[in-house]
Write a protein that binds this ligand. Structure first.
Ligand SMILES: [Zn+2]
Length: 273
């Protein structure tokens, strides 16, 4: 479904090819153009584009921590991304992810819990247009990557989470991971708490674009498996506004993310050595 609203996005050019400007059209208009073309009609489009590529400017990731009680140097990261496209408000992509990450830290604090490890809340800059926040995080924290126990991200709207996915890559340096063992631990840790909330689906899968660089470097990645049935209707469009956020789902998703973040930060042994 598109409701005749075009969805924007990023375009990558290979080195050495001419950078032809691209524009998004709505699905309805795309289908109409196709029908016209199939009928053999000569199609003329009047196009006015005002966007332009400006030089890079500084921006920053926003980081906050609940410091761990026993292993404060070990980190469980929970995150979303701050930027969005100019078309809408970015409520689903990724305002929700930022709220869930902040709520994880907030709920743990409010309940007076002190996890074994540090819970680090990160709101990444610039996911949509080059992932510079995630790449910057990797650069800035390279020295402490081995102390990252897990990196969680929510970046798929506010549909009720059905579970979490675990993404594992072997570290660039060091021994290969025992992926089966890590998944078994992940399930044993989280299933008893998440299944009663309907979020017991714990499978191997992707984590997130922002945590991608550190996950590729060997940090276990955790994705939030939101129900995305309605997400793509509004994603990257003018329709991604605050009124689409279901309050009850947001509260349940907050609980799911906070519980998982706390348990990962508090588990006696790490998922991976
Ligand atoms: Zn996003």
């Amino acid at each position: 479904m598109s409701l005749d609203t075009p969805h924007t996005g990023v375009l990558h050019y290979e080195e050495g090819v001419p950078k032809i400007p691209a524009a998004a059209v709505s699905m309805e208009n795309a289908m109409m153009l196709r029908r016209m073309w199939e009928r053999g009609e000569r199609i003329t489009v009047h196009l006015e584009m005002t966007c332009e590529q400006l030089p890079d400017a500084p921006s920053a990731n926003v980081v906050g921590e609940v410091v761990g009680r026993e292993k404060p140097e070990e980190i469980v990261l929970v995150s979303g991304h701050l930027d969005s496209w100019d078309a809408g408000q970015g409520a689903q992509d990724d305002g929700v992810g930022c709220v869930l990450a902040m709520e994880a830290g907030h709920l743990v604090q409010r309940l007076g819990l002190k996890p074994r490890r540090t819970l680090r809340v990160v709101l990444f800059a610039n996911e949509e247009n080059g992932s510079r926040g995630g790449l910057g995080y990797l650069e800035a924290h390279r020295q402490e990557l081995s102390r990252h126990v897990a990196a969680m991200e929510s970046d798929a709207g506010n549909g009720l989470a059905k579970g979490l996915s675990l993404e594992l890559h072997d570290p660039k340096h060091g021994p290969a991971l025992d992926k089966e063992r890590a998944l078994a631990r992940f399930r044993a840790l989280l299933k008893p708490f998440l299944e009663p909330l309907g979020a017991g689906l714990l499978e191997p899968g992707g984590s997130g674009v922002d945590v991608g660089p550190i996950v590729q470097a060997g940090v276990p990645g955790v994705g939030v498996s939101h129900d995305v049935t309605r997400y793509w209707d509004v994603h990257h469009s003018k329709a991604d506004t605050f009124d689409k956020i279901n309050r009850e789902d947001l509260a349940k998703n907050s609980a799911i993310v906070a519980i998982a973040a706390f348990l990962l930060a508090d588990m006696p042994e790490r998922l991976t050595p």
